[in-house]
Ligand binder design. Sequence first.
Ligand code: AMP
Length: 194
Amino acid sequence: MNGIGSICVYCGSSNAGPPAHREMAATLGRGMVTRDIDLVYGGGRVGVMGAIADAVMAAGGRVTGVIPDFLMKHEVGHTALSALEIVETMHERKARMAELSDAFIVLPGGLGTLEELFEIVTWRQLGLHDKPVVAINPDGYWDPLRALIERAVETKYARPENAGLLAFADSPEGALDWLAGQAGRETHLDSDRL
Ligand code: AMP
């Protein structure tokens, strides 16, 4: 990874959350286009997912969605992206999103977002990849998660250095600046073991 060319963004598929989260997703999307970074995401047209995809497309950027067939049929697939890859399974989707990306950003979301967050962090903990992961935490949304991770370290279930595999930023610009500081090293992804 000599620079960040593409970022996978994990975020909520619901429109019911605070509008500020969808606005922040749009700000992140525009910031990525300014920096010439492509978006990789789960291919939905709703919620925070739809907000970031629409913002990147509107700003003239490139978006690749990766969605399983069954979700595409059930309503939520975005049909106006640069590319939409339709896969068979959720596992295939997540592996493909990881392959296509140089880094990962987590925005507010629900249980699916939490699952994706922990999967990518624990894949890194196991050495299956070494791409950076940062969560944007503007209004303290992720504070309970940070506290739980700290608890796991205090209790010695997690190593302090592994807790550090998930970074936190206060804003989209803060996350992009932090990722820019991580670039310039080689990264790998062990696709056969995911
Ligand atoms: P949510 O945060 O629950 O709105 O979900 C955000 C994204 O996570 C959506 O693209 C969902 O398809 C995806 N998702 C939901 N459940 C899971 C799961 N069990 N494993 C992986 N991804 C999921």
